[in-house]
Design a binder for this molecule. Structure first.
Ligand SMILES: [Ca+2]
Length: 128
């Protein structure tokens, strides 16, 4: 029986690795709390594994913001850690409102996470 050529193995491996595509979308927050600083100007930074996928726009003076941005990554693997950091933009430095961390699973999932300073972040992602 003929064995696989190295070239064929290489192609198969490449296909397997390229198979998983992460798409994160539908980010929305509720009742954000920025403490004494007033209504937050919130944005979200998105990480997958060790990669930075980007950040949303800033929603000014809104405690229930949502973002239309979508984040896509082709290097994400199942069980990689996804991290979403919610910030309140301020003069000087931006305040961290809270962090959501979760292991990424295959399929489409919707999650809600509670932020340390108050409020929740909901988001949906698909890995597949
Ligand atoms: Ca602010």
């Amino acid at each position: 029986m003929a064995s696989c050529s190295p070239l064929l193995l290489l192609v198969l491996c490449t296909l397997t690795v390229a198979e998983a595509q992460l798409k994160l979308y539908n980010l929305r927050a509720r009742r954000l709390n920025s403490g004494i600083l007033g209504t937050p100007d919130a944005y979200v930074e998105v990480f997958s594994g060790s990669a930075t996928l980007g950040e949303t726009s800033v929603r000014h003076n809104n405690e229930n913001p949502w973002w239309e941005e979508e984040f896509t990554d082709f290097d994400t693997k199942e069980n990689d850690m996804m991290k979403l950091e919610v910030y309140d933009q301020d003069i000087g430095f931006d305040d961290l409102i809270g962090v959501c961390q979760r292991q990424i699973k295959l399929g489409t999932h919707e999650h809600e996470c509670f932020l340390k300073k108050g409020g929740t972040l909901r988001y949906t992602y698909t890995l597949g």
